[in-house]
Design a binder for this molecule. Structure first.
Ligand code: UD1
Length: 374
C-alpha cells in the first residue's frame, strides 16, 4: 500500500508527525512525504521537522509565498507530475491551509482517493480563507477523519455519506502528548529569566487581525497594558513581523512585552504549559490550551473549534483593547478550572487513522485509480 502525505505549513507538521509514526510501524506500507514549501523559513519549517523527528520529505515543491491563487496554483501544477509517477493509493491532506485544498484537488482530478485529516471543522465564516479550504477539501475527500463530534456532525449535516466519515479524535493532541515529557524537561522559564510561571504567551497571525491596522494596533496596545502586570512573551509570525514594521506599530515600553522570533514546537509547548494565560488567534493553540487546562483568549469573532469554548478553556474576544485587557485581568484573577476531557483527545488518534486507512486501502490497493468512492 502506498500513501502520500502533502504538508506545507507549520500547523501541518504537528499533524503529520503522529501519522508518519503510526504508518512507519506497518511493514506493508510505503509512506511518501511531499512538502509544498508554503512555509520555508528555518523557524517555520525545518526546526519543526527536526523537533518532531520527521524524516526529510521525499519531495519539496518550493512554492514559497504568493497570493492565494498563486500559492494554490503552484501546488496544483507541481504536485501533479509527482502523483503521476508515484501513483499512491491514497493522498493524505491535513488541516485547512492553501496546500491542503490544492493537494486534494490535484489528487481528486486524477481519480486518486483523498483522506482529510481534521475534517469537518466549520467557523461558518466564509471571509476566512481557511473556511473555504475546509469546505472544498471535505467535498473532494473520500475519507473524512473528524477530530471532534461537532466536526463529524457538520459533515453529516452537509450531506456527506456516513460511511466516509470517521470520528477518530485529534492528531494535534497526539503530538502534544508525545512531546509533553520533553517539553516539561526543558526549563524555559529560566531561559527567559522568569522566576516563576506567571506569564502570558501570545501568538497572532490571522489576516483579519494583523493586516488590519486598527485591529493590530488595538491588540498590541492591550498587550502593553497586560505586560505591566505580567511578562508577555510574543513569538511573532513572519507575516505579523512584517505588518508591524509596515504599519510602524512599536510597543511603547513601560511593561514587559517581549517580541520573540517564532519558537520550535517543544519550546512553545513548554512555555504554554507553564503559562497562566494564552492570547491567540491560532486554531491549534485553542485545542492545546484546552487539553492542558490553560485559560485561552482567542481574538476572533468565531471559531471552527467550538468544543474548546463549550467544554474547554477558550473564550472569544474582539480585537478591542479594553475588552482584551479586562478579559485577561479577570481570567488571571480567577481560580483555574479543572482540565476538561474531550472524547478521543487521548493521544491515539493517528493509530486509529493508520488502522482504518490500511483496512480501507487493502480492499483496492494495486488495482489502479478508482471510479466510485467508498
Ligand atoms: C498559513 C495558513 C493558516 C495557518 C498559518 C500557520 C493559509 C490560507 N493560511 O497562514 O491557516 O494557520 O499558515 O502559520 O494557508 N512567511 C515567511 N516565512 C515562512 C512562511 C511565511 O516569511 O516560512 C511570510 C510570507 O511573507 C507570507 C506570509 O508570511 O507571505 C504569510 O504566509 P502564508 O503561508 O501565506 O500564510 P500564513 O499567514 O502563514
Amino acid at each position: 500500500m502506498k500513501f502520500l502525505s502533502v504538508v506545507g505549513t507549520r500547523p501541518n507538521f504537528m499533524k503529520l508527525a503522529p501519522i508518519a509514526r503510526a504508518l512507519a510501524g506497518r511493514p506493508d506500507v510505503r509512506h511518501v512525504i511531499v512538502h509544498t514549501g508554503q512555509h520555508y523559513d528555518l523557524t517555520m519549517s525545518d526546526a519543526f521537522f527536526e523537533d518532531l523527528e520527521l524524516s526529510e520529505p521525499d519531495y519539496h515543491l518550493a512554492v514559497g509565498s504568493g497570493s492565494h491563487a498563486a500559492q494554490t496554483a503552484a501546488v496544483l501544477a507541481r504536485l501533479e507530475p509527482i502523483l503521476e509517477s508515484e501513483q499512491p493509493d491514497v493522498v493524505l491532506v491535513y488541516g485547512d491551509v492553501n496546500s491542503t485544498v490544492a493537494a486534494a484537488l490535484a489528487a481528486a482530478k486524477m481519480n486518486i482517493r483523498v483522506a482529510h485529516i481534521e475534517a469537518g471543522l466549520r467557523s461558518r465564516d466564509r471571509t476566512m480563507p481557511e473556511e473555504l479550504n475546509r469546505l472544498v477539501t471535505d467535498q473532494l475527500s473520500d475519507l473524512l477523519y473528524a477530530p471532534s463530534l461537532d466536526a463529524a456532525n457538520n459533515l453529516r449535516g452537509e450531506g456527506i455519506p456516513a460511511n466516509r466519515i470517521r470520528f477518530v479524535g485529534n492528531v494535534m493532541i497526539d503530538s502534544l502528548t508525545q512531546m509533553l515529557p520533553r517539553a516539561h524537561a526543558e526549563d524555559v522559564t529560566a531561559r527567559y529569566g522568569l522566576t516563576n510561571a506567571e506569564y502570558v504567551v501570545v501568538t497572532l497571525h490571522r489576516p483579519a487581525n494583523v493586516d488590519d491596522a486598527t485591529n493590530l494596533s488595538e491588540v498590541v496596545r492591550a498587550l502593553e497594558k497586560i505586560s505591566r502586570d505580567r511578562a508577555v512573551l510574543f513569538p511573532v509570525h513572519p507575516r505579523t513581523r512584517r505588518r508591524l514594521g509596515e504599519l510602524e506599530i512599536k510597543p511603547n515600553g513601560g511593561g514587559d512585552l517581549r517580541l520573540l522570533d517564532p519558537l520550535g514546537y517543544t519550546e512553545m509547548l513548554s512555555l504554554v504549559s507553564k503559562s497562566s494565560l494564552v492570547i491567540t488567534d491560532s486554531g491549534g493553540l485553542q485545542e492545546e490550551t484546552t487539553y492542558l487546562g490553560i485559560p485561552c483568549l482567542t481574538v476572533r469573532p468565531n471559531t471552527e473549534r467550538p468544543v474548546t469554548c463549550s467544554r474547554g478553556t477558550n473564550r472569544l474576544v474582539p480585537a478591542e483593547q479594553d475588552v482584551i485587557v479586562d478579559s485577561a485581568r479577570r481570567t488571571l484573577a480567577r481560580k483555574r478550572a479543572a482540565r476538561p476531557a474531550i472524547e478521543l483527545w487521548d493521544g491515539h488518534a493517528a493509530e486509529r487513522i493508520a488502522r482504518d486507512l490500511c483496512e480501507y486501502a487493502s480492499t483496492f490497493s494495486g488495482s489502479g485509480t478508482h471510479q466510485a468512492t467508498v
